[in-house]
Design a binder for this molecule. Structure first.
Ligand SMILES: [Zn+2]
Length: 130
């Protein structure tokens, strides 16, 4: 019996990856991958810069809540135990970013149209521009 180097869970001595957290148990076992192994890829452990920037843009524009959710997801993705988990969280951040941006554009366009209609009305009624 051995213990996971990352989370300390008890694992098989010849296990390549920890079944509990998915951490790679080191280079000493390279070349001994088994087909029945869970085979979780390691997470990159890096911040997804693109999604982070996008989330911040959403945060400072009109979609604060979605921006915050995206930032949390990007940060969680950085600490994800496996690449699968990381991908899932980055995707979640991306969905929030898309909704935030599309929603922001719709709100901007609607308010622009609304203002234009009001200006048009005021202009034709002679309140302004007369
Ligand atoms: Zn572990």
């Amino acid at each position: 019996m051995a213990y996971c180097k990352k989370c300390g869970a008890q694992i098989d001595g010849d296990a390549t990856y920890c079944p509990s957290c998915g951490a790679n148990q080191g280079e000493s076992f390279t070349g001994m991958t088994f087909n029945n192994d869970v085979g979780l890829d390691r997470a990159s452990g890096k911040i997804n810069i693109g999604q982070m920037i996008w989330a911040i843009i959403n945060l400072v524009s009109c979609c604060q809540i979605l921006g915050i959710v995206s930032i949390i997801m990007v940060v969680l993705a950085k600490d994800a135990p496996s690449a699968q988990e990381e991908t899932k969280k980055v995707r979640c951040a991306m969905i929030c970013n898309i909704i935030g941006t599309v929603g922001g554009i719709i709100v901007t366009v609607l308010s622009a149209v609304y203002s234009a209609v009001i200006l048009e009305y005021l202009g034709s009624s002679g309140v302004v521009f007369s």
